[in-house]
Design a protein around this ligand. Structure first.
Ligand code: DSN
Length: 480
C-alpha cells in the first residue's frame, strides 16, 4: 500500500492543478521554483523558507478585499474578517517583541521605513511648526500648510549608517527618497576594526543634530548596542529608529536581548517579515504609544491598500515565531554563521570585521583577485546562491563591489548544522580560489567576466545538491 499523501502535498498538488488548467506556464514556473530552491545552497542573508501554513494563508479570498484604514476604522464596508487577521498579526507582534504598538500593513521593508519617517516627521515637525496655525492633524493641512511643511522637511536631518558600511538604501542614501526627504549624514565603521565607532557617532550627532538617527543594517556582521544609540539620540534630541529587517528573527528568538534588543530602546522599529523572521514577504512597524496614531495613518498617507492575505500570513508566521522551537532556530542561525565564518577563515578567506555575531558574513573577495560580481556569478554556476555586496570604502562601488554577503537563516531552516557549514565554507573557498577574473570581448580587464573551469563548477554543484539531500526542503510536500 502506498503511503497516503500528506495534507500539505494534497493542498499544493491541488493548487498547481487548478492553476495549470488556466495557465500551465505559471504552474510550471512555480514547480520549477521549488525544485531550484530544493537543489541550491541558498546563502542569501535576507532570504528564508516560509512554512506551508504561512504560504497557504496567502492564497485565498482576502486577496480580493480592499481595506484602507485601520482595524475598526476602514474606508470600505465589509472588513470584519480583515480586521480579525490584522488585529491578530498586530497582537502576535506586540507579544513577541514586547512592543506597545504594532502596525502590520506595510508591503515591504522600504514601505515600513517610509511609514516610520512620515510618522516621526508628522509627530516632531508638523505639530510644533503648525500648531500655532491651529492645525493638529495631517488631514487638516491646507495647500499653504503643505508648502510650509515641505520647506520644513528640507531642514530635517537624518543620520544613518552608510551603504558601504552595511546600511540600507533607505537610511539616507542620496539617490533614495530618504536622502531626498532629509538632509542626510551617514556614520560608518572604524577602518581598523570594521566596527561601529559609537564615540565618533556621538560627535557627529552632536554637530549635525538630526531629527532621526537610524540604526540597523543589511550587511553588518556584528551586534549593535541600541542602548548606546538611544543615549546618543536622547542627548541630541533625535528620535531613534531601528530597521531590524535583517535580524528580526534573532530578536524574536531572544538571541538579541538587553542592550542588543532594539524594541526596548528605540521609539520606532521597522522590519520585514520574510528574512530571519521566516514569514511572508512584507513589512511591519513597531513603536511606542506616542507614535501609534501617526503610524496607523500609514495607509493611505504613504501606503497603497493593505494586502489582507499577506497580513493573514503574517499572523500565522508570528504565531509560529512565538513557539519555543523558534528560539532554538534563532540560536542555530547564529551558531551556523559562526561555524561558516570559522570554516572560511581557517581556509584563508578574509571576512569584514574578522567574523560574525549575527546571521551573516561578509567575505572580502579582493583577496581572491575577484570583484563581488565575478564571485557571485562563479558561485551561482556552482549551485551556491549568494549576493554581491559593497564592503567599507569599497574601491569597486555598489555595482561590482568587492564583497560577497552570505547568511544562514535559510539553510538553518532546512536543518543544516555546524558540520555542514564547515563543508560549505570549503566549497565556497574552492570556487573562489579556482575562479579568475575575465576579460572583455576586446581583451581588456573586466570587473564582470570570470573564468571558472565548468568541470569544477559541476563538481561543486553536485556536491551541494548531495549535501542538501540529507536536509530536504519541505519534506512533508511531495509534488509528484
Ligand atoms: N533586499 C534586502 C537585502 O537583501 O538585504 C534589503 O532591502
Amino acid at each position: 500500500m502506498p503511503e497516503p499523501l500528506s495534507t500539505e502535498s494534497t493542498a499544493f498538488r491541488s493548487a498547481l492543478e487548478v492553476i495549470r488548467a488556466v495557465e500551465p506556464r505559471v504552474a510550471d514556473a512555480i514547480g520549477q521554483e521549488v525544485a531550484d530552491q530544493r537543489e541550491m545552497l541558498k546563502l542569501i542573508a535576507s532570504e528564508n523558507y516560509a512554512s506551508p501554513a504561512t504560504l497557504l494563508a496567502m492564497g485565498n479570498w482576502f486577496s480580493d478585499k480592499y481595506a484602507e484604514g485601520t482595524v475598526g476604522r476602514r474606508f470600505y464596508a465589509g472588513c470584519r474578517n480583515v480586521d480579525t487577521v490584522e488585529a491578530l498579526a498586530a497582537e502576535h507582534a506586540r507579544e513577541l517583541f514586547g512592543a506597545e504598538h504594532a502596525y502590520a500593513q506595510p508591503h515591504s521593508g522600504i514601505d515600513a521605513n517610509l511609514v516610520a519617517f512620515w510618522a516621526v516627521l508628522a509627530q516632531r515637525v508638523e505639530a510644533p511648526a503648525l500648531q500655532n496655525a491651529g492645525v493638529r492633524n495631517v488631514n487638516d493641512l491646507s495647500e499653504a500648510d503643505w508648502a510650509e511643511l515641505r520647506r520644513a522637511f528640507g531642514n530635517q536631518r537624518m543620520l544613518g549608517m552608510s551603504l558601504d558600511a552595511g546600511g540600507h538604501l533607505t537610511h539616507g542614501f542620496r539617490p533614495n527618497i530618504s536622502g531626498k526627504m532629509f538632509d542626510q549624514r551617514s556614520y560608518g565603521t572604524d577602518p581598523a576594526t570594521g566596527l561601529i565607532d559609537y564615540e565618533a557617532l556621538r560627535v557627529s550627532a552632536r554637530e549635525f543634530k538630526p531629527l532621526i538617527i537610524v540604526a540597523g543594517y543589511s550587511a553588518y556582521p556584528r551586534l549593535v548596542n541600541f542602548r548606546i544609540m538611544r543615549e546618543i539620540a536622547d542627548e541630541v534630541g533625535a528620535t531613534l529608529m531601528v530597521d531590524m529587517a535583517h535580524f528580526a528573527g534573532l530578536v524574536a528568538g531572544k538571541v538579541l536581548t538587553g542592550d542588543f534588543d532594539p524594541v526596548s530602546h528605540a521609539q520606532i522599529v521597522t522590519t520585514t517579515t520574510h528574512k530571519s523572521l521566516r514569514g511572508p514577504r512584507g513589512g511591519m512597524v513597531l513603536c511606542d504609544s506616542s507614535l501609534a496614531d501617526q503610524v496607523d495613518r500609514g495607509c493611505p498617507m504613504v501606503l497603497g491598500g493593505p494586502l489582507p492575505h499577506v497580513m493573514a500570513a503574517k499572523a500565522v508566521a508570528l504565531a509560529e515565531a512565538r513557539r519555543p522551537e523558534f528560539r532554538e532556530y534563532a540560536q542555530a542561525v547564529v551558531d551556523n554563521a559562526r561555524a561558516l565564518a570559522e570554516g572560511l577563515m581557517r581556509r584563508g578567506a578574509k571576512l569584514v570585521t574578522g567574523g560574525t555575531d549575527n546571521h551573516l558574513n561578509l567575505i572580502d573577495v579582493s583577496s581572491y583577485g575577484l570583484t563581488g560580481r565575478q564571485a557571485e556569478s562563479a558561485l551561482l554556476e556552482s549551485g551556491i546562491v549568494t549576493n554581491r555586496n559593497a564592503i567599507p570604502a569599497d574601491p569597486n562601488g555598489a555595482w561590482y563591489t568587492s564583497g560577497i554577503r552570505i547568511g544562514t537563516p535559510a539553510l538553518t531552516t532546512r536543518g543544516l548544522g555546524a558540520t555542514e557549514m564547515d563543508e560549505i565554507a570549503g566549497l565556497i573557498d574552492r570556487v573562489l580560489a579556482t575562479t579568475e577574473a575575465g576579460t572583455t570581448a576586446k581583451g581588456a580587464p573586466s570587473k564582470a567576466q570570470h573564468i571558472l573551469d565548468p568541470k569544477i563548477a559541476d563538481e561543486i554543484s553536485h556536491r551541494a545538491t548531495d549535501l542538501l539531500t540529507g536536509f530536504p526542503l519541505y519534506p512533508e510536500i511531495d509534488l509528484g
